[in-house]
Ligand binder design. Sequence first.
Ligand SMILES: Nc1nc2c(c(=O)[nH]1)N[C@H]1C(S)=C(S)[C@@H](COP(=O)(O)O)O[C@H]1N2
Ligand SMILES: [Mo]
Length: 456
Amino acid sequence: MARRHPAESRSLRLRQRGRRRAGWGRVAGLLREGPPVGPTRPGFWRSPLRGPWLTSVFGAVLLVGIPVLFVTGLLSYAAYNPDLGGNDKTPARGWLGFYLFAWPTHPYWLYRLTQGIHVTLGIVLIPVLLAKLWSVIPRLFSWPPVKSIAHAIERLSLLLLVGGVLFEFATGVLNIQLDYIFPGSFYPLHFYGAWVFIGAFVVHVAFRIPLMVRILRGSRLREEMRGPAGNSTAGPLDEESLVSPRPAAPTMSRRGALGTVGAGSLLLLAVTAGQSIGGSLRVTAVLAPRGQNPGPGQNGFQVNKTAVGVGIRPRDVGHAWRLVVRGAAGRERILTRADVLALPQHGAALPIACVEGWSTEDQEWSGVRLADLAALVGYEASAPGVFVESAQRSGSFRSTTLRDNQVRDPRGLLALRVNGADLSPDHGYPARIIVPANPGVHNTKWVTRLTFGDST
Ligand SMILES: Nc1nc2c(c(=O)[nH]1)N[C@H]1C(S)=C(S)[C@@H](COP(=O)(O)O)O[C@H]1N2
Ligand SMILES: [Mo]
């Protein structure tokens, strides 16, 4: 316990000398010669568990997890077809959208899977992320703040890394739990933030991976995990100053620390995954923002945004409701609900999969194929994309643009019924969009107008 870090005794000498100095001379002296007081002092951080090994274990988990989060996040963004007019919530995304592609409709559960993974994994990694940050805290306060230009660049990249990761996790969780608190602006924040963060992440990994591999190859895992309480004593002082020069008595073993973090992650998994997997697991999703039990009946599945909640007036969706279908060369048809029901009806078993990560089981929708509606207004041979508008007059998600592959898919419907009953008001009565592998947001409810061939 009495081990004194060289920097510690240096700071002691300095403090004695400092009393004799005054003003700026003293500040300059402190900056030059060693850490003053508080968290910049190496002896301030005293957990004996900190050290390169523990940091490497958490780092290895994040090294696998974060790229999966990044890729599923990019896919989620591509699924919105933001290169179509009206869909882009991220103006001037510029070359960051270089990778965008026509989001497919096969397999129909694709978005349910990618977004379920994105959200569930993000939540499950929170304890690991916090533990990793805790394990490297002494480094964030390392003194002097800047030693050289290279050191300054490294510290700046750490700022982007830590700031970026906290920003991404915070915006993601807030968007899930607080019902879109960033009206229209979550996408740019989370999207630009992801690129800044991943840049810093790649730089960090490039510099750190050799050290991490070396430490983990040392196969201390067995050693750390064995023994009555696992290993809890501080290791030898390391170059990275993670190991405390003045370790306190342990309150927990490293095995216990890993177990606690792992148990935290498993607990979060257990109370989250049910919202995406569904079935009998849905009741376990106590953190699900859309609840575990959406009520009985054919329309008994999760609702995001009720008719009342977005200001749908009864007269907009009652007898006076009309569907306006516009197409080539100014052709237009205006249909009553009876007219739409008189068109050939087709079925499709598809889920609602929301950006928030929750999804429903496949529901049996029935309605008119979007391609058939396109044919009504002059697109008999091959249907183009469509601009969809709803009876909702303000707020987000009241309109969307669908791509031609989504219109042409035989399961791409303007649905009137679900599971054998008329749509309920909250699920979009009289008519809504349902398209395979489409993010929930683009399955517009309370549809009033379809404009084909106006998608760019
Ligand atoms: N007009 C309109 N359509 C909308 C929305 C909306 O707010 N307004 N919300 C969308 C979102 S975010 C989702 S996830 C799905 C949810 O469909 P459901 O409530 O039928 O499950 O509807 C989509 N359609
Ligand atoms: Mo959604």
